[in-house]
Design a protein around this ligand. Structure first.
Ligand code: GLN
Length: 551
């Protein structure tokens, strides 16, 4: 079978969940035995989202191979359980960079370099790249942005050309739109969808399937109307109704037969029924929790849900694994200090201090760590959260009141967190951090080793600063243990406080690899510890963990 290409565009409005629809369809095709991957083409000029502020574009998702990518790749990995890579996320910036570099090399032999054909050829080359590896039966390509944007036009044009160049049965175009409900008129409105499809058609692309995001059921009449005015077959108007969980969407799409329609249109006729047992199991646990916990997420981008997407999803996975509803309470680290920390965090069963960059809100993170440490509240620190746990320990246990990370205080007398040696040479900001998966050896008898159930792991990174080894002996003697480190370089990856009920922090980002079917062990351990604390009754003095404790 030839590799099949499914293109997904969006219309009417942004944030309709193209990534979730793409991931859901991919999940269904995968569950029917096909080898599937998803790629995202983003129409902005940054080479990758690594240099973007989370307020601009949400979380920057890091792949195993160290690519800084769009957060939709996180959804793809969580839905499919397979790793993506640099090749799965391409921006306009990357396309132009390649073309302009080639132009400087003289590769265009004196020709005028233009959007069509040079930019579109480069887009097409990249659209086909993963398909040419022979590793996949189906490649889904999500085109970022909304049809009608100037920015996404070259991508749509490249897609139009590919639809024309590849055999007819090898490509499929899905357009996701919004069907707004007008309360006053008590009516669902199809006009914006009609206009969006017209816009797409004016660019030369005819959608095969229209997926309609809606808050109310679409009646057969409405579906018929959309089909008629948008010139698609009546059965090819699919409803995507607001779901209680994003992980329910694949099942909704199965009910709507999106996968069957797509496969038929692509000439794939031999597919078995999808096996979605593991997903259904997960959803059953998610919808019927037997308890709940309150977790504080202390960070500085908390106003924006998407900034901590993978962390929030990891809580969903861990909660389901523990049959527990996890209520995540965003706590703005700029709004906590020694004076109010008790009031803000007292009702929490667990405290997570989030990753981040720069000095804003840093002191609040340190205050939150201290509160967790001194009150025996389960604590999980991630990346900057781990670094601030080290700073807090140095300040309040070792007594180095000026201890800091050199990221914010380059002249501190106690640089307990310092820039990694190889980072000191880099001046370029984009793509130069310590990125991607590195091994980490887990110390015998540690909480980390118990949670992971093995002695070596590989987790993903995104940082420039590290634990300063010069303070290791002193910190260890005072009760902070290093329970994970890089086997080759010795870089400190995990710290714990063994005398605390659950205090663990990692230089790496455990959240990137959590999936519904494989919840992340540190997150499940953290939730179990938070449940235990809640059951013991809040505010109770902390006790030592006994060796048989499964946490
Ligand atoms: N700013 C810190 C560093 O670069 C932490 C990064 C992070 O939290 N991802 O090391």
């Amino acid at each position: 079978m030839n590799t099949k290409y499914i293109f997904i565009t969006g219309g009417v409005a942004s944030s309709l969940g193209k990534g979730i629809i793409a991931a859901s369809l991919a999940k269904l095709l995968q569950a029917r035995g096909l080898r599937v991957t998803i790629q995202k083409f983003d129409p902005y000029l940054n080479i990758d989202p690594g240099t973007l502020n989370p307020y601009e574009h949400g979380e920057c998702y890091v792949t195993e191979d160290g690519a800084e990518t769009d957060l939709d790749l996180g959804h793809y990995e969580r839905f499919l359980g397979v790793y993506t890579s640099q090749a799965n996320n391409v921006t306009t910036g990357r396309i132009y960079h390649t073309v302009i570099t080639r132009e400087r090399e003289g590769a265009y032999l004196g020709k005028t370099v233009q959007i069509v054909p040079h930019i579109t050829d480069e887009i097409k080359r990249r659209m086909l790249l993963l398909g040419q590896t022979g590793d996949y039966d189906v490649i889904l390509t999500e085109i970022g942005g909304t049809v009608g944007d100037i920015e996404s036009q070259p991508f749509i044009e490249a897609m139009r050309q590919l639809r024309w160049e590849l055999p007819e049965n090898d490509t499929l175009s899905i357009h996701l739109t919004l069907i707004p409900y007008l309360k006053a008129a008590k009516e669902l409105k199809t006009k914006p969808t009609q206009h969006s499809v017209q816009e797409l058609q004016s660019l030369g692309v005819h959608p095969d399937i229209i997926v309609c995001r809606t808050e109310k059921e679409l009646s057969p009449e409405i579906r018929h109307k959309i089909a008629l005015f948008c010139n698609v077959r009546p059965g090819h108007v699919i409803q995507s109704i607001d779901a209680w969980s994003i992980y329910q969407v694949p099942l909704n799409m199965e009910d709507e037969q999106l996968d069957r329609l797509a496969a038929e249109r692509l000439g794939i006729t031999w597919l078995p029924q999808p096996n979605l047992d593991a997903l259904k199991d997960f959803l059953a646990r998610l919808i019927n929790p037997s308890g709940e916990v309150d977790i504080a997420l202390v960070g500085k981008y908390v106003e924006l849900q998407d900034a901590y997407k993978s962390i929030l999803e990891s809580f969903v996975h861990a909660g389901a694994a523990c049959s527990c509803k996890v209520n995540v309470h965003p706590v703005h680290s700029e709004h906590i200090d020694e004076g109010n920390v008790g009031t803000v965090l007292e009702k929490m069963d667990g405290i997570l201090v989030a990753p981040g960059f720069g000095g804003r809100g840093l002191e609040g993170k340190i205050v939150a760590v201290r509160y967790a440490r001194e009150n025996g509240i389960p604590f999980l620190g991630i990346c900057l959260g781990m670094q601030m746990a080290v700073v807090e320990f140095a300040r309040n246990v070792l007594g180095y009141t000026d201890a800091a990370s050199t990221e914010v205080d380059p002249d501190t007398a106690h640089p307990v967190i310092d820039m990694m040696e190889d980072q000191k040479k880099t001046t370029i900001k984009g793509g130069t951090m310590r990125l991607g998966a590195y091994k980490c050896r887990l110390a015998e008898g540690s909480l980390a080793r118990r949670l992971y159930g093995c002695d070596e792991i590989a987790e993903r990174h995104r940082h420039r600063y590290e634990f300063n080894d010069a303070y290791r002996a002193e910190m260890t003697a005072a009760g902070l243990s290093v329970s994970g480190s890089n086997p080759e370089t010795g870089l400190v990856e995990i710290i714990e406080i063994p005398s605390h009920p659950f205090f663990i922090a990692t230089q790496f980002h455990p959240e990137y690899k959590s999936t519904p079917e494989k919840p992340q062990p540190l997150f499940t351990g953290f939730i179990r510890a938070s449940i235990a604390r809640r059951e013991q009754g809040k505010g109770k003095a902390s006790g030592n963990r006994d060796a048989s404790d499964p946490r």
